[in-house]
Design a binder for this molecule. Structure first.
Ligand code: NIG
Ligand code: FE
Length: 420
């Protein structure tokens, strides 16, 4: 097949060449960099990677579209393994409450937080829900995200949970990004079940989950396992039911206090445990033993005005493979993996190389996509970002602006910076 596109002369081509699995410990900083790097793309797939000179020698470049990436970093498209992309409304008024000292759980227990967004999401039409979520997805793509996970969890009744999952499907069909859907009925206890969490979980497991599985609307199931929301036993019940229906598992684990979430993720064979600001040592060791990926979400303590960031450095040193995600949601309206990487380096003591590995191949592994995306190697999808910086070390260093110059999905340029 003739080439469709050549990306040439990258000052750094960050390939992350290596095993097609999550990278742990020292492997997280061993990503390979080619200077004056080039990529040949055909049929939406990467067909060759090398120095510009050798790619130009080995490929007939006549009439082939080219991108000159001089002075730029070329790397895999970002994979965002944890988002609540689909919801209606916003919660900027909570910022003031948080500034005055209200905690995340206090706001939720007073009927705000997730429950406020449940009201707004239930009230939105299908079209409105799609429209509001699509604006966010467009911005994620413009910031270099080419694959993302997206959860339900703001309907909590059957009709709106299914509507959220259908919206994720339609967004993935209509936009140049791969979306991986997760069912998260166990996100909060809805007001109509107040004080009856176990009855609500019976409804989740017996009524909604079989429908989700029947229509193949979700690849993963996730639970908010946190003292004060759903406890260890309650979360375990939901996850085991989902597993029996063929779903893969994730856990919102130990975000606010040690709640057995990391241990549970290891016990039930979850692919990832997410948040992990407060895991127990036993939980961390269990995750390392069972190869559960730790998905860290530094945007959440940032927007929650909390000092409790996950200790990325310690988790990596203890052998947990780490991925990074935005946790985009109405409490943490973060559409940018670039900002997330910057936070991870400044607040979780991760190095630029570790944070980039965590946002590409390890994030792909947290979605079961490690064989398809997450590195720049022949045979992988041509999901690529070109950043307007000469070295990857500037990615966390220059924060607060969009560093993308071009974003490629399946070999097509889907977003490009407009020149002045
Ligand atoms: O991952 N912690 C639970 N769920 C989301 C927040 C959802 C919300 O506040 O709307 C999270 O942070
Ligand atoms: Fe979340």
């Amino acid at each position: 097949m003739p080439d469709d596109l050549l990306v040439l002369r990258a000052s750094e081509l960050v390939t992350l060449k290596g095993p097609r699995r999550a990278r742990a410990k020292g492997e997280m900083s061993e990503f390979s960099i080619l200077r004056d790097g080039a990529v040949a793309i055909a049929g939406g797939v990467i067909v060759d990677v090398g120095r510009t000179e050798s790619i130009l020698r080995d490929h007939d470049a006549t009439g082939v579209e080219r991108i000159d990436a001089s002075d730029k970093v070329v790397m895999p498209g970002f994979v965002d393994p944890h988002t609540h992309l689909v919801y209606a409304g916003s919660r900027e008024f909570e910022l003031e409450l948080k500034a005055k000292g209200k905690t995340y759980l206090e706001i939720l227990q007073e009927g705000g937080g997730i429950l406020r967004t449940v009201q707004d999401t239930r009230a939105a039409s299908k079209e409105e829900l799609f429209r509001q979520s699509a604006r966010r997805l467009e911005s994620m793509i413009a910031h270099g995200t080419t694959t993302a996970e997206a959860k339900s969890g703001y309907g909590l009744d059957k009709a709106v949970e299914l509507r959220m999952l259908e919206t994720i499907k339609k967004l993935g069909d209509d936009y140049p990004a791969d979306l991986v859907p997760t069912y998260m009925g166990a996100h909060a206890v809805p007001q109509e079940y107040a004080g009856r969490a176990d009855d609500y979980l019976d409804f989740v497991v017996s009524d909604v989950m079989p429908e989700v599985a029947r229509w193949k609307l979700a690849e993963f199931c996730d639970v908010f396992c946190e003292k004060g929301v759903f406890g260890y036993e309650q979360s375990r019940k939901v996850l085991l039911a989902a597993k029996a229906l063929g779903m893969k598992l994730k856990v919102h684990a130990d975000e606010l206090r040690p709640s057995g979430g990391a241990e549970l993720a290891a016990e039930v064979g979850a692919i990832s445990a997410d948040h992990l600001a407060k895991p127990s040592d036993d939980g961390i060791m269990a995750m390392a033993r069972k190869d559960v990926i730790g998905v860290l979400l530094p945007g959440t303590p940032y927007s929650s005005m909390s000092k409790d960031y996950a200790d990325g450095r310690r988790l990596i040193d203890l052998g947990v493979a780490i991925a990074l995600g935005t946790d985009l949601n109405p409490n943490c309206w973060n559409e940018s993996m670039q900002f997330t990487i910057s936070l991870a380096c400044h607040k979780m003591r991760m190095t630029p190389a570790e944070a980039i590995t965590a946002s590409t191949i390890n994030a792909a592994a947290a979605l079961g996509m490690e064989k398809k995306v997450g590195t720049i190697e022949a045979g992988k999808r041509a999901d690529i970002v070109i950043l307007d910086i000469p070295t990857h070390a500037q990615l966390p260093y220059k924060f607060g602006t969009n560093l993308c110059s071009s974003v490629l999905k399946d070999g097509e340029v889907v977003w490009e910076r407009q020149p002045f």
